[in-house]
Design a binder for this molecule. Sequence first.
Ligand code: HEC
Length: 110
Amino acid sequence: MRRILFLCIMSVMLYGCTQHESNEHKEKQHSDKKEALSGSEIFQQNCVSCHGAAGDLGSSGAKNLQMSTLTKEAIEVQVTNGKGMMSAYKNILSEEEIEHVAAYVLTLRK
Ligand code: HEC
């Protein structure tokens, strides 16, 4: 009886392991796909809730991106580290994505 129980536990553990690996695989595929996102797609997904599609919504005290005078490098720093009500994106977006979205922010200026 104990032996059967042991076998059951082993198979559950093995099953758990294979499940985990396949999940990791999926996540990797997912992040590969994310890498290809353009600045405008990243902006739609992460920034419009406060800044609006045109950058001038101003929700949660967000600054008007059309009026911003920051350089592309300064935008990258702010998106990476966050400021005030705006959260940091360093754990959400890759460096490449932050660069893409910073370039997109510049295109919103009038
Ligand atoms: C939770 C709301 C919120 C989200 C989401 C958000 N922001 Fe912001 N953003 C703010 C706020 C608030 C400020 C003003 C921060 C301050 O100066 O205190 C700001 C400021 C900025 C500035 C600086 C403008 C300037 O001239 O000083 C940039 C650039 C910017 N956001 C870009 C982005 C980008 C790109 C994203 C998406 C990756 C994003 N924000 C997502 C709220 C947000």
